[in-house]
Ligand binder design. Sequence first.
Ligand code: AMP
Length: 515
Amino acid sequence: MSRVIGIDLGTTNSCVAILEAGEPTVIHNQEGGRTTPSMVSWNGDGEVIVGAASKRQMVTNPTRTIFGAKRLIGRKVSDPDVQRVLPLLPYTVVAARNGDAWISIDDEARSPQEVSAHVLAKMRRVAEDYVGETITEAVITVPAYFDDVQRQATKDAGAIAGLTVRAIINEPTAAALSYGVQNKGDQRVAVFDLGGGTFDISILAIENGVFEVLSTSGDTTLGGDDFDRALILMLADEFQASHDVDLRGDAVALQRLKEAAEQAKIELSSSMNTDVNLPFIAIGPGGPIHLMRTLSRGELERACRELIERLAAPCATALELARCTPADIDQVLLVGGMTRMPAVQDRVIEIFGKPAHKGVNPDESVAMGAAVHSGVIGGELQEVVLLDVTPHDLGVKVAGDRMSVIIKTNTSIPTRESKVFATTEDNQTFVAIEVYQGAHAQASKNRRLGRFVLGDLRPGPRGATRVEVAFSLDADGILHVEATEVGTGRAASVTIEAASGLSADEVLRLGEGLR
Ligand code: AMP
């Protein structure tokens, strides 16, 4: 049997770990880094470059260097979260046949699954070089707030990269696993995960090796990229005010500004001041213009104040769902590169009343937790049990566009729940089951996951024919829905998997292209 690797497929960086003698170990990539930029470039001659080498091309090859594919995976172009990031992307996002957000490179549309597959394939090769054998299985982590479609799309990315995805686990849960196997003892932990793209907060109870997720909450539109964007906008507005040139209109200038903004943000985590130096960033009527200024930590914090404010509400929700107060939390674990920002750490102290635990590496603990989980699946770590929850309400649309919830948010998974519905018209011969996810009482305001039809119902007056709709949610958070006519037992079912946007054939074809 091949070894199972744990992969943290991050918005900005990815990391791979493996279990060795019961201990999770992070594997260095070929360039010597313990994490690898989640970036993929296509060169003019069709060559594909992944990781640090791709990041180096960002400025010279901006329209063919793809970063942040995780923000697009399993989403429609019309999705407000996608619309929000589009204006500052140097590459082109196009709508696929079903409206999914794909990326156009040299007029060829590529799915975010394919882009992510290149990153996963790189992580796979990193692990193969280390263990000296072929790897075909992985545990991949996703943000707790990823929905069914995004999870399935991530699984497809794994399949394209030649990996059987043994499990999809939530990033905060993974971080808690890696902490918990190294810090034994019963305790309650809050995992505060602020990465490049998303913010997740989970509260877990660890008791006798059982890791029970009590609650999870978050904000899928709050991450390091947003801090960069706040800084980019501040600098671009300032530049426009003094020179009457909008840097946002020039892909190369924008890319340089993006890189400089992120760099400045990172430096200001350890220094009070830093310099932003962008010579020849634009050409004005009087010749070349340079962007050169000193930026202070205070200025960064002011530009990002609203983002830092937004960290509190999901924490309050998670505490409430877990029926905890901040005093009940024994440890706060910080995950994600953005938690290195001092203002974020100060906010954590304000929210939880205590500083965070210092022992976890925010860049590596998620991959290490994925490796721990591979040991749980493979039976190497028999003493560890993981109980996770679903972060969303799942239900069906009923008359009047109402959402009838079948599985409530924060229910432990795997789970199976059902409800019985009656026909709404006389002699109704079929029912269409429309599956939605989200907390809004109006179904159409939530995310639609899929639709299927149960036909050949027995004719009868309205209300007399009844249909049982059963939802099964597996441990990966993937939903299977079945509808059965009560009395006849006639059934129709669907696995919401189909909604990931790629057919099985496409996954196979892309996988062949990649090997
Ligand atoms: P992750 O997705 O966990 O790799 O998080 C990456 C995000 O963390 C990116 O937005 C980085 O710019 C940011 N980041 C990394 N290191 C630091 C640092 N020292 N200070 C502030 N932000 C950082």
